[in-house]
Design a protein around this ligand. Structure first.
Ligand code: ADP
Length: 325
């Protein structure tokens, strides 16, 4: 059985971009693959963060994953910093990672521009730790959003260099994209991202969801209510495709093209359907939160299972590359 690995940062709340671009796919993959899903806190500390919020956000992210349908009986769910082998392998991979390639990573450039006073080495070598995360479990498939494709290409290069230097050992991992690998934010311009504040969080209450959707950008051609629009260029239409049934979708498409409906009506229909969908996740989250210690227990058990695999890989790697002992 092939292995799947993917991770999510606990740097804020899970949002629709994470859910539709990645996590929904993770849930579906559990039926076919041996899956490892990780809350990547070591990655999160490459950015500024509040010390007292990090462990709470880590637990919340794990809760959200399980509420979304990740099943800890079938998948290994754990926190990255609980498995020290991730950083151990990262160092070994550092020695086969081309320095120049790391500087070319778009995310490194974007994040460096955003946090000019904190361009740390961890931010630079982020893709090396990410490669270690993946290949420690010899994962061949990595379900991610489009923003991670460049990192995955580099991960493949790092694996090729490892295998060339020391002989074949690791499989080359491959990115697995969902049908919508890049969900735009409410501004309709940039990708939806925790750090850009253009998100709808899965845990948001009804009224804030309605309010945030009401401000969302639509087809810029629809300046006045009677201007017809093109659903294909509207971010809200993309969101409707996930949460609305065929009948409602047809109403959106033809109503937008003929200006029979305005953006306001389109948005309130979307809000109704989105809230109904999130209700299921909300109920599961509430059930989990009503069981004190349950998530911690799941994460402890996940870390135990992950460590077992990770330790074996590291022992084999140490022998493979000629380290002592
Ligand atoms: P963020 O960019 O919000 O900090 P992460 O870096 O933790 O999110 O990403 C977790 C997963 O969600 C990754 O697989 C990433 O590719 C995916 N993802 C994040 N934002 C989007 C988006 N707007 N559209 C599609 N996938 C996304």
């Amino acid at each position: 059985m092939e292995t799947v690995f993917s991770g999510i940062q606990p740097s804020g709340e899970m949002h629709l971009g994470n859910y539709l671009g990645a996590v929904r796919n993770w849930v579906a993959l559990q039926d076919q693959y041996r899956c490892f899903f990780c809350v990547v806190d070591y990655h999160a500390i490459t950015q500024d963060y509040e010390r007292d919020a990090l462990s709470r956000q880590t637990l919340e992210m794990a809760t959200d994953l399980i509420a979304c349908g990740i099943d800890p009986e079938r998948s290994v769910v754990f926190v990255q910093s609980s498995v020290a082998e991730h950083t151990e392998l990262c160092w070994i991979l550092d020695t086969v990672t081309p320095f120049g390639e790391l500087g070319r990573m778009t995310q490194f450039k974007d994040k460096s521009a955003k946090q000019a006073d904190n361009i740390n080495a961890g931010l630079f070598s982020y893709p090396v730790l990410q490669t270690a995360d993946i290949i420690l479990y010899k994962a061949s498939l990595v379900p991610v959003g489009a923003d991670q494709v460049q990192h995955l290409e580099l991960a493949r290069e790092i694996v090729r260099r490892f295998n060339k230097r020391w002989g074949d050992y690791f499989p080359e991992p491959q990115a697995l994209l969902s049908s919508t690998p890049r969900i735009l934010g409410l501004d309709g311009q940039a990708k939806m991202s925790k750090s850009l504040g253009n998100t709808i969080a899965l845990g948001e209450a009804d009224e804030p969801i309605r309010k945030r959707l009401a401000t969302a950008a639509t087809d810029p051609q629809r300046v006045r209510r009677k201007d017809p629009g093109d659903p294909e260029v509207c971010n809200l239409h993309t969101l409707h495709t996930f949460f609305s049934d065929e009948e409602r979708l047809e109403w959106v498409r033809s109503g937008c093209r003929t200006a029979d409906i305005g953006c306001f009506e389109c948005k309130s229909a979307l809000a109704d359907n989105l809230i109904a969908h999130l209700q299921v996740i909300r109920e599961r989250r509430a059930e989990l939160q009503a069981q004190p210690g349950r998530i911690e227990e799941i994460l402890r058990e996940g870390a135990r299972k992950a460590r077992e695999v990770a330790r074996q890989t590291i022992d084999e790697v140490r022998d493979h590359i000629g380290l002592w002992g």
